[in-house]
Write a protein that binds this ligand. Structure first.
Ligand SMILES: C[S@@+](CC[C@H](N)C(=O)[O-])C[C@H]1O[C@@H](n2cnc3c(N)ncnc32)[C@H](O)[C@@H]1O
Length: 213
């Protein structure tokens, strides 16, 4: 399900900063060589993440779900000069493509890749976060939120992707698939959590923006 009319989407992209050359190449190589290229954030959402990161000017960013590194590179654009972005993925086969493009983008001293189950890795990280991007397995969104929330600085942000799940979260016939149920639970939980303010932005597949009070 597309939420935005195609003509509007094209117009919005045309009137948004161009996709940087390195990201264009990464987008293309991902589509040519990697399974499920739809998972990559893409031009418009990538520029949104870059802009948010520049607005927040984070020192430490955590990303859960690297895939080929597209969103990591976008968010790294807003890091403070001595900042770091730690990105986790369970799929080690992605390491070479991520490293290649992180280097090309000039962020090899800023983006740290970790491989393994994010549920195991997050508790081992000794940082407090200014920005967290949750974009891995939907079943665990609530668990990732619970694992990070105490280490998000006051005034820091959590952004969760795909929270509209192609519109399945509002389907008339309730879907039994566990991902849809998990996202419905996640949206409900964070919306009623007094520790955060929230906006559900219907960009691409839905971005939940949370600001820790
Ligand atoms: C939607 S993709 C991330 C897309 C990327 N953030 C972007 O916008 O370009 C989700 C990624 O989460 C990873 N993943 C799934 N389950 C995971 C887990 N338990 N721990 C860490 N990574 C996981 C997958 O291997 C996949 O690469």
């Amino acid at each position: 399900m597309e939420f935005i009319d195609t003509k509007i989407q094209v117009y919005a992209e045309k009137h948004t900063d161009e996709e940087p050359v390195v990201l264009k190449e990464l987008n293309r190589e991902t589509h040519l060589k990697v399974l499920k290229p739809r998972m990559l954030s893409g031009h418009l959402q990538g520029r949104v993440l870059s802009m948010f990161s520049k607005m927040i000017s984070p020192k430490y960013i955590l990303e859960v779900g690297t895939y080929t590194g597209y969103s990591a590179i976008c968010m790294a654009e807003g890091l403070q000069p001595d900042g770091k972005l730690i990105t986790i993925d369970i799929n080690e086969e992605l390491e070479s493509i991520v490293s290649k493009y992180v280097k090309k983008a000039g962020f090899d001293d800023k983006i740290i890749q970790k491989f393994g189950n994010a549920l195991d890795i997050i508790p081992e990280l000794d940082y407090t976060w200014d920005l967290v991007f949750i974009d891995a397995d939907k079943d665990n969104y609530t668990n990732y939120y619970d694992l990070v929330i105490d280490n998000v600085n006051s005034g820091g942000y959590i952004i969760a992707d795909n929270v509209l799940w192609s519109g399945k979260v509002v389907a008339k016939v309730k879907s039994n698939d566990t991902d849809t149920q998990a996202l419905i639970e996640f949206n409900k939980k964070v919306h009623s959590d007094n520790r955060v303010e929230n906006i559900l932005l219907p960009i691409r597949d839905g971005l939940m923006i949370l600001r820790k009070k």
